[in-house]
Design a protein around this ligand. Structure first.
Ligand SMILES: Cc1cc2nc3c(=O)[nH]c(=O)nc-3n(C[C@H](O)[C@H](O)[C@H](O)COP(=O)(O)OP(=O)(O)OC[C@H]3O[C@@H](n4cnc5c(N)ncnc54)[C@H](O)[C@@H]3O)c2cc1C
Length: 411
């Protein structure tokens, strides 16, 4: 059997590794439009901040040799012919497959694609983006930058640049940051703390309307209200679209079942896959590394013949790189809110039928593991959750263990 992957990212690398570890000895061909060994985009903000690239190649630089893969790097797949079981690249190469693993991820969405023509404007999605930004900062001795977009990725990028010593402005269209991973109260709280602590200049309810250039190079960004921000570097982090085009001819993602099959010969996983939510949320694109890896493992097991069922995705997000003020959330912000705040911390869970439907923790990570476990286990917590949230020492988990086994713990 010949297996072909579209993508060499987190999902595809995990899939191939699991196949080889599971004894698959057939041909594997991997396509990537980028020239790299498999890497983790999660590490890119650390690289941008100037930190050592220790674990960016998370499965080793020798991945393709080690797992006996024919790597077709720098080759973009343009079209997939499902009937014929073959793909075609932009350069015209045609490749047949017995099974296709489609894990093409997502790409930055640009509100104004023409900005990409301007020297100094970048997306923030790939290792290639990061290398281009890094080279530009070094070559032009860049001291100031603008980031457009106050979601998770935009803030990650802004914090990384700030950590590197640049003066950073962040322009966001909403009245609060992180509006997708928080509710209104938590979002306002997180916004206020980030304004106080990050050293970033925030321009809220603002949009970049025009760019000034000199010989094609960015000089300043103009906001819709007439404010000019002087900076030769602008990073656009206004969202992602799934790279589903070659398979679905649209940009809505690839819908898969719990076996990760999109059709009898094609499996899909990662940021491009539309999956079921594990705990009753809507079907959707749940673009995180743990989801991509879990999906890839189930897909590999199924190719190897074990008939595994994907348990569904979680929308769990953590903002904590380069800031001592983490923001963590998961689930749906629906139901009865139970809140603890002391000015430094904001903790809220939403209860439905006495169980956690969603939660937001801002300010520290002490309860994050415990609350996550209570959420995924669907434990009834109505009677104790207020006390857990008010625990500022992080002891509630250990206290819960003592309630379960007092004799064992006390001796
Ligand atoms: C800056 C940043 C920080 C992040 N931080 C976190 C984090 O802290 N925690 C977390 O859980 N998640 C994080 N994520 C998300 C996480 O990286 C993704 O969910 C994960 O990488 C998804 O894996 P994937 O294999 O679907 O996509 P990717 O890893 O993006 O891989 C996609 C692959 O497809 C290839 N490709 C695309 N189109 C084509 C084509 N037409 N032809 C050939 N090849 C193609 C690409 O070259 C690439 O190899 C972050 C993402 C970014 C961008």
């Amino acid at each position: 059997m010949k297996i072909v992957t579209v993508g060499t990212g987190m999902a595809a690398a995990e899939f191939v590794q699991q196949l080889r570890l599971g004894g698959f000895s057939g041909d594997i061909v991997m396509y990537s439009e980028e020239p790299h060994a498999p890497y983790s985009p999660c590490v890119i903000p650390y690289l941008l901040a100037g930190e050592p690239p220790d674990n960016v190649y998370w499965k080793g630089r020798d991945f393709y040799e080690r797992y006996r893969v024919a790597a077709r790097l720098g080759e973009k797949v343009e079209e997939i012919d499902r009937e014929a079981g073959k793909l075609r690249t932009v350069a015209g190469r045609v490749e047949t497959y017995d099974r296709l693993f489609y894990a093409a991820g997502s790409r930055s969405w640009f509100p104004r694609p023409e900005w990409l023509e301007v020297e100094g404007v970048f997306g923030f999605k790939t290792l290639s983006d990061m290398q281009a930004i890094d080279g530009y900062i070094r070559n032009h001795e860049v001291q100031r930058a603008v980031v457009v977009g106050g979601g998770f990725i935009g803030i990650d990028a802004a914090l990384a640049l700030r950590h590197r010593g640049l003066q950073v402005s962040l322009v966001h269209c909403h009245d609060r940051l992180l509006e997708r991973m928080t509710d209104a109260d938590a979002g306002r709280f997180a916004t206020a703390r980030l304004k106080e602590r990050s050293g970033i200049a925030f321009y809220m309810q603002a949009e970049v309307e025009a760019l000034d250039t000199d010989h094609g190079q960015l000089q300043r960004a103009w906001l819709h209200n007439g404010t000019a921000i002087e900076a030769p570097l602008l990073i656009v982090a206004t969202g992602f679209v799934p790279n589903s085009g070659p398979l679905t001819s649209d940009q809505r993602g690839v819908t898969v079942g719990d076996d990760l099959l999109a059709d009898p010969r094609i499996l899909a996983a990662g940021d491009v896959a539309v999956t079921r939510h594990a705990l009753g949320g809507p079907d959707g694109l749940y673009a995180t590394a743990p989801n991509a890896i879990a999906q890839a493992r189930v897909a590999a097991a199924n190719v190897l013949g074990s008939r595994e069922v994907y348990a569904g995705s979680l929308n769990a997000n953590v903002l904590r790189k380069h800031i001592d003020f983490p923001v963590i959330s998961a689930g749906q912000f629906e139901g009865e809110p139970v809140t603890f705040t002391d000015g430094r911390l904001f903790r809220r869970v939403y209860l439905r039928d006495g169980r956690i439907k969603g939660y937001i923790l801002a300010g520290d990570t002490r309860l994050s593991g415990y609350i996550y476990n209570l959420y995924v286990s669907r434990e009834a917590v109505a009677g104790k959750i207020a006390a857990i949230l008010a625990d500022t020492r992080g002891e509630s988990y250990y206290r819960s263990l003592m309630e379960l086994a007092p004799a064992a713990i006390s001796c």
